[in-house]
Design a protein around this ligand. Structure first.
Ligand SMILES: Cc1cc2nc3c(=O)[nH]c(=O)nc-3n(C[C@H](O)[C@H](O)[C@H](O)COP(=O)(O)OP(=O)(O)OC[C@H]3O[C@@H](n4cnc5c(N)ncnc54)[C@H](O)[C@@H]3O)c2cc1C
Length: 466
């Protein structure tokens, strides 16, 4: 029987193992994970009725990958959708007040976020004929070229801060938002590309005899996102080995072509190895096997994030905050990147009479904040929340989680680097690299990639054993 070792028990590694069991049921799988609990940066904690997400807050149904996984795990009836208010009301904290991000053409025309000139540049995007430059563009350059500097400063920054905690001037548009340049190329404009894609989705649904799809939604589970990784780990049972840090992976001159080394000379033989841990860990693990591959992986930068969750009494809030929350554009260099109104997005995040909000601090420009003491971070976030939202009382609850290596940043040159990584890894048949550092950071990307990698591994072991 073939044996596959998956290194890293986050969402990616667990999904690779789960799908591999489906695609190649005769294959033995072992998942090695250093922490006492699998799940990687997905984790839900509950204290005194406040339910806090330590990492991601929800996933988008942009592709069927996560909904399909949820269905296959028998969890569909435990899913909860983000509230309607959180879909409609998203804000930017600019000029010392919360301003609503516009939705639709009317919202764009009436928004106070742009001057008349800025609005004109944005709404005329479909007719703009500025060809892309030869050199790879950043998100900021792409947005400025298509929609003008004002719109880029507000919207590109909000998008990149909200999803990546990164800097739009550093991130590659092709690597970070691959659909946008494709839309420009195929439809001549991003706006037209979105409209075409929406029409196509409607046509596809009609052809399948399904109702027209609504706009993209965010989802979680009533008990929090950890339900997903717990269910994956439960399905895998004894295949998941916690408390194991992998130190090296080497090709072996024995029957099984791979040897995976943990600490204190513990080792596992394998027919194939999947590295699903962060890229800087993959680099350390591959240092002896291929220093060149290790250097490429080590060069992928990560940002640093502190999650600061605060609970308040509802009576200390000047109004009901019905929305997703707000982003503070990075160029304002404020103490928070943004605040998610968790108890307004999903039910059961705070006890009756209280609210739970979660601020993200740090990012690429304020990385030092992750080193701040709990008191300093908690105070800074409370001051920002007082200023932006006018709360009158002190927080009654606080939970702080630090991510010294939070989200990989797909900077200019990322796709070329990934191509070099693929080429170098291909020289070692049976070695597969995946995880959020390569082809998408969102949970939906990780699950989609994990399914593809599982299919490749199944194919490899089946061919290797015939
Ligand atoms: C603060 C924060 C907020 C986020 N918000 C969202 C969101 O709202 N929506 C969304 O879609 N995405 C969000 N993301 C991104 C998303 O959570 C991640 O991209 C995704 O969960 C990554 O999964 P992964 O398995 O690839 O990596 P990880 O979760 O990092 O898992 C890697 C695993 O490898 C293990 N490992 C490390 N070293 C070794 C070793 N030497 N040997 C063996 N194992 C090792 C680790 O312990 C870990 O369990 C957020 C991320 C963060 C940090």
């Amino acid at each position: 029987m073939a044996h596959v070792v998956v290194v890293g028990g986050g969402l990616t590694g667990l999904t690779v193992a789960f799908r591999l069991k489906q695609f190649a049921p005769d294959t033995a799988v072992t998942v090695l994970e250093p922490r006492p609990r699998p799940g990687g940066n997905i984790g839900t904690e509950e204290h005194r009725g406040f339910r806090v997400e330590c990492g991601p807050n929800g996933f988008l149904d942009r592709t069927p990958a996560v909904p399909d996984l949820v269905r296959d795990l028998g969890l569909s009836d435990r899913l909860i959708a983000a509230s309607d208010g959180s879909r409609k009301n998203r804000y930017v904290f600019l000029g010392d007040r919360l301003r609503k991000l516009p939705r639709g053409p009317l919202g764009l025309l009436t928004t106070s976020l742009l001057s008349l000139r800025g609005k004109w540049r944005l709404v005329t995007e479909p007719w703009r004929k500025t060809p892309p430059p030869q050199a790879e563009e950043s998100v900021q350059q792409f947005a400025e070229r298509r929609a003008g500097k004002e719109a880029a400063d507000v919207f590109a920054d909000a998008l990149v801060t909200g999803i990546h905690g990164g800097d739009p001037a550093l991130l590659s548009v092709r690597a970070t938002f691959p659909r946008l340049p494709v839309m420009e190329r195929e439809a001549g404009s991003v706006v037209r590309g979105f409209l075409r894609a929406a029409k196509q989705r409607k046509r596809d649904a009609k052809a399948r005899g399904e109702p027209a799809p609504g706009p993209m939604r965010m989802w979680s589970f009533r008990e929090g996102l950890q339900v997903l990784t717990d269910a994956l780990a439960e399905q895998l049972g004894g295949a998941v080995r916690c408390g194991v840090t992998v130190r090296a992976v080497l090709e072996a001159a024995s029957v099984a072509p791979w040897k995976v080394y943990g600490e204190s000379s513990k080792a596992w033989s394998a027919d194939a190895v999947v590295l699903a841990c962060p890229s800087y860990e993959q680099a350390a693990i591959l240092q002896e096997l291929s220093p060149q591959l290790a250097d490429e992986l080590a060069a992928i930068p990560y940002n640093r994030i502190a999650v600061v969750a605060l609970g308040y009494r509802e009576r200390d809030c000047p109004r009901r905050f019905d929305g997703f929350g707000y982003i503070a554009p990075q160029n304002t260099r404020r103490d928070v990147l943004g605040v998610q109104w968790c108890s307004s997005i999903f039910p059961d995040r705070a006890p009756q009479g209280f609210v739970l909000w979660r601020a993200l601090c740090g990012g690429v420009h304020r990385a030092e904040q992750v080193e701040w003491s709990d008191d300093r971070l908690g105070k800074a976030v409370h001051e920002e929340i007082k200023r932006a939202m006018g709360v009158t009382g002190e927080p009654v609850y606080r939970k702080i989680v630090r991510w010294p290596n939070a989200i990989p940043q797909y900077v200019i040159g990322h796709l070329d680097r990934v191509a070099r990584i693929d080429a170098l890894a291909a020289a070692h048949p049976g070695l597969f690299l995946t995880g959020n550092a390569l082809r998408g950071v969102a949970m939906a990307d990780c699950v989609e990639q994990a399914g593809l990698v599982a299919a490749q591994v199944a194919n490899f072991v089946q061919n290797a054993t015939v």
